[in-house]
Write a protein that binds this ligand. Sequence first.
Ligand code: C5P
Length: 242
Amino acid sequence: MSADRKLYEGKAKILYSTEDSEILLTYFKDDATAFNAQKRGSIIGKGEINNAISAHLFRMLEAKGIPTHFIDTPAPNQMRVCRVQILPLEVVVRNIAAGSLCKQTGLAIGTIVNPPLVEFYYKNDDLGDPLLTRDRLLLMQLASPEQVDQLDRAAREINEILKEFFSQCGITLVDFKLEFGIDQHQNLILADEISPDTCRLWDNAETDPDARVMDKDRFRRDLGSVESAYQQVLQRVLAQKV
Ligand code: C5P
């Protein structure tokens, strides 16, 4: 299957149509951005690593009954996915306080968040992806009330599965972002990617707050060794059979 027409180029991926109107081809790029693209760079090998990690996690989630857009990986930096209508929402799940949660609430980094927090952000670069309340989300008609409940339930279920999976890798799943789409049968489908770009992952073997970071925070905070951290996540993820 060959790439046809470029449909969309994002910060980390390019989406192409294919000869099958229900199938799209995603190219994972090495480009990295942070802070709404104010910081730009490149993480060598990131495209292939994130594609491989996402593919493994999507297969694992599918095996546990979570519908995803994943089909297969025709090349190391390419993923074939089912066409879905992406909801303009970022669904963030938090098990431990970090990042914007600490910044906005004053909670100390590392505070256990129990039960996990599920948050919705409006995917809009011009507005800086603002945090939404449920009422705002409904006001803006970004999803129906039933879809909001469904998204909340799906995000929590996916969190339980991913938390357990990463724990077997010796990694703590601090928080992560999901995106969902609606397929032609109106089913809610997990889409986008799940990778060190979209998750905070802490190495259980390290106690030092900087040394334990295995995700994009190494790039955001200039901690160095970004490539080797991503590589380490890949190795541990692939070592777990689906
Ligand atoms: O920045 P914040 O703390 O809100 O991020 C929460 C989680 O969502 C982090 O794992 C981060 O990598 C992810 N995220 C993302 N894409 C965004 C915003 C956050 O993958 N645009």
